[in-house]
Design a protein around this ligand. Sequence first.
Ligand SMILES: Cc1ncc(C[n+]2csc(CCOP(=O)(O)OP(=O)(O)O)c2C)c(N)n1
Length: 372
Amino acid sequence: MTPTNDSEAAVLTETGELIQLLSSDGRRRSAPGYDQWVADIGPAELLALHSDMSVVRRIDAEATALQRQGQLGLWPPLLGQEAAQIGSARSLRPGDFVFSSYREHAVAWCKGVRAVDVLRMWRGTGLSGWDPYEITMAPLQIIIGSQTLHAVGYAMGVTADGGDDVSVAYFGDGATSEGDVSEALVFAASFRAPVVFFCQNNQYAISEPVRVQSRHALADRASGFGVPSMRVDGNDVLAVMAATRIALERARTGGGPTFIEAVTYRMGPHTTADDPTRYRSEDELALWRERDPISRLEAHLTALGHFGESDAAAVAARADAEAAELRSACIELADPEPLSVFDHVYAEPHATLERQRDHYRRYLDGFEEVGS
Ligand SMILES: Cc1ncc(C[n+]2csc(CCOP(=O)(O)OP(=O)(O)O)c2C)c(N)n1
């Protein structure tokens, strides 16, 4: 469905059919070709999706507070992008491998990463927070777009091994302006790699609006690479799920890559070091608040008669408990031994790194001499 009113059109990228199964006020809409992909999602599954989104929103708020209190160096909030992340990641099989950027806390949540393990890097106590092979999710990527190349390489490896797992690359609208993403799309198309390109178009690359970066809907770019694409309402968890399931199935059955543009909005700052009031208006924010992914699903469940005060209280209690646990676990994270920063850079001994380690050891020893 294309945007219908002027204000909506002003914020969304132009053209391109927008797949939607839940309207902004929570009414179920029919989308031929997509409905059957979520036919198994009944009230219990919807409640579980609602709980996931609510808990990760609460965890995100707690992490933002921890950063403001000096407990984290930086934090990139996901506020507003819960449906895009939960809807897609809850569609994955455990063996499907995720290559994300730095804002995919909800994807990590679905993969089974403990919330405190996401915080390790942002607190500076670890280079990464989990074992990528155990979790089937690579460490967070800060270099914009390069994880799409890793995802394609991994997917080609899966094919070479005769497997049917899929790799999924998560990236932002800004990343589509990077050469790495174009290279990844070329390779994926050429080798029919079983990979899903999941672009969260949250409307901004820091302060750069997507409408300045692209004259077309981002999903429209994919066809130039020979990659089929879908443009989905990223604040509609059901629509995201349907689109992701279609893409995963295509990849698993030899159909190659798919590009999904999930049209969403980052309601918070780019990171806690950013002030979004300098580049976007209150009106724009208000418009997107009306499309909030969680209240939309809540309205839908309420209309179905499956969400009442006790459900709201249970979700809030779970979210608060997770946040409290996160807070104490974060504050208790032990500082690492300083020289351990060199431990996992290379698998084999490396002369330059050894020199750096030695230099840093002598630098640290210098403090002891001053103190003695
Ligand atoms: C290769 C590269 N160039 C520039 C940067 C600096 N940078 C960090 S975040 C960002 C914007 C990314 O925007 P987008 O891809 O839309 O993702 P979002 O943060 O909105 O999720 C930029 C330019 C970087 N990390 N890597």
